[in-house]
Structure formats: C-alpha cells, structure tokens
Design a binder for this molecule. Structure first.
Ligand SMILES: [Zn+2]
Length: 88
C-alpha cells in the first residue's frame, strides 16, 4: 500500500495538530466521527474522506493516537531530514 502520497503528507502534517478522543469503537476528531477499523477500511464523516476515499487528516490523527506502525513510518519519513525531504 502506498501510504505516503503528497496528499497524505499534507494531511499528516494537519493530523499532528488534531486531538483524537476515543469513544468506544469510534473516535471524535474535531467535529467528525472516525471509525478506525472496518471494511474496506477506516471511515470518517468528513467530505474529504467520503469523496476522495483516502485517509483524511481525522483518520490519520486516530492512527497516530493508535500508534499505527505504517502511519508512524510515514511520519518518520515526513519529519526526517534526508534525501527524501531535500529532493530538488
Ligand atoms: Zn475526516
């Protein structure tokens, strides 16, 4: 799965500023309700997620709160100084 697209990178930056609050199986992130598990994947009530079918900043905020390994890897790539972030 290609997690770190440019869109996801932008959303991941935004997700860092969000608080995810657990409520049973769901999470409240801002005004939106996120279900982090399910078929075909995480669900969020925001338009970004419903129309683009990609992880939105709310879903990413919950994945960060859950210490999801793939999301943490993406964050490491995003924050790490190195060739990837210094590409011309
Ligand atoms: Zn969302």
């Amino acid at each position: 799965m290609e997690l770190v697209t440019a869109h996801v990178r932008t959303r991941l930056r935004k997700a860092l500023a969000l608080d995810a609050v657990r409520d049973g199986d769901a999470w409240h992130v801002g005004d939106h309700l996120v279900h982090p598990t399910g078929d075909p994947g995480a669900q969020c009530s925001c338009p970004d997620h419903r129309y683009r079918r990609e992880p939105c900043k709310h879903v990413l905020a919950v994945r960060l709160a859950l210490r999801d390994p793939a999301t943490l890897d993406a964050l490491r790539v995003l924050l790490a100084p190195g060739p990837a972030s210094r590409a011309p």
